[in-house]
Design a protein around this ligand. Structure first.
Ligand code: GDP
Ligand code: MG
Length: 299
């Protein structure tokens, strides 16, 4: 008898508190540097879709920004709406938590999962940091009781430990369905988006405190020539003082930013890149509805 393998597909939303390793996991699953990863919280602003396709399945992941308990800017309110939207359109949740992160600390997300009928795969991440097995088992038992419908898997996103069992469990849960995207794509975001993410990652690495969070990066021009891509981008910030810090004495700081960003963009595009950066002030953009629309945070 001929056994025909079915094609499965669906949307899997990765949720969890800031810094638990959502972006690291998505990148490890896809084997590409899709989401930006830094030690600072709140680095992912939009939902990022990553696509994993094989002959018999297509899994569309989205990586959500962390939920901000007390939004201080309109931008953060908009980000919270994105997070809320993840509870509406998923076939499965990958709920990531890490040792020591109590349920009380993630009440909002936890309640969202309890209410939803969508299957949950609870991933206990960073087990490479555990003292011993007992510590992990004890932590997992706490969750097994609080969220009995979830399946639990121990992982280390950083060390790529146990990632195959995530895929296996997802495939068990996903329905039969067609490929929603081209099987060659790894994301529905375009190259421009990733270029701005790389620049933002460097802002986060190089500048302190509020500066990176006050910035929005936009691509003004992206010209693809045969051997080089010419990219012109503008960094919008909120105040003149921030602008002069970003530029630095004699342009030193922005030069460093540009070089580091260019090297990563070249790796990402696998091509030589000429990168030109500008800095402009858009006062108080994070509270400005028009600018939020313009930057794509609002419909
Ligand atoms: P996100 O905010 O949930 O997207 O978290 P990120 O993926 O940006 O990761 C936050 C920090 O945790 C980074 O410094 C990662 O390198 C680190 N991290 C992520 N996964 C692991 C892991 O499995 N083990 C350890 N030790 N660190 C991890
Ligand atoms: Mg992230």
């Amino acid at each position: 008898m001929e056994s025909k393998q079915v094609h499965k597909s669906g949307f899997v939303n990765i949720i969890g508190l800031p810094n638990v390793g959502k972006s690291t996991l998505l990148n490890a699953l896809l084997g590409e540097k899709l989401s930006i990863i830094t030690k600072k919280a709140q680095t992912t602003r939009h939902r990022i879709h990553g696509i994993l396709s094989e002959e018999h399945f297509q899994i569309v992941f989205s990586d959500t920004p962390g939920f901000i308990e007390k939004p201080a800017y309109k931008m953060q309110e908009e980000m919270n709406k994105y997070v809320a939207s993840t509870f509406e359109d998923a076939d499965m949740f990958l709920y990531i938590t890490e040792l020591g992160a109590t349920i009380e600390k993630q009440e909002n997300l936890y309640q969202g999962l309890v209410k939803s009928n969508t299957p949950v795969l609870l991933l206990i991440n960073k087990i490479d940091k555990a003292k011993d097995e007992e510590e992990v088992d004890k932590y997992a038992a706490h969750w097994a009781e609080a969220l009995p419908k979830a399946q639990i898997v121990y992982i280390s996103a950083l060390e790529k430990f146990n990632l195959q069992s995530i895929i296996d469990k997802i495939l068990e849960a996903l329905p039969e369905g067609p490929a929603y995207y081209d099987k060659d794509s790894i994301s529905d975001k375009n190259e421009r988006f990733f270029v701005t993410e790389i620049i933002r990652e460097k802002l986060l690495d190089l500048y302190k405190q509020e500066i990176p969070y006050s910035c929005q990066v936009e691509i003004d021009e992206f010209i693809e020539e045969e051997h080089i891509d010419r990219i012109r981008a503008t960094i919008y910030t909120e105040r003149d003082t921030q602008k002069s810090i970003i530029i630095g004495k004699g342009g030193e700081a922005i030069k460093k930013l540009g070089t580091l960003a260019r090297l990563d963009i070249e790796k990402f595009l696998d091509k030589k890149v000429y990168l030109e950066l500008f800095v402009k002030v858009k006062e108080n953009w994070r509270n400005d509805d028009m600018m939020l629309k313009y930057f794509g945070y609002k419909e």
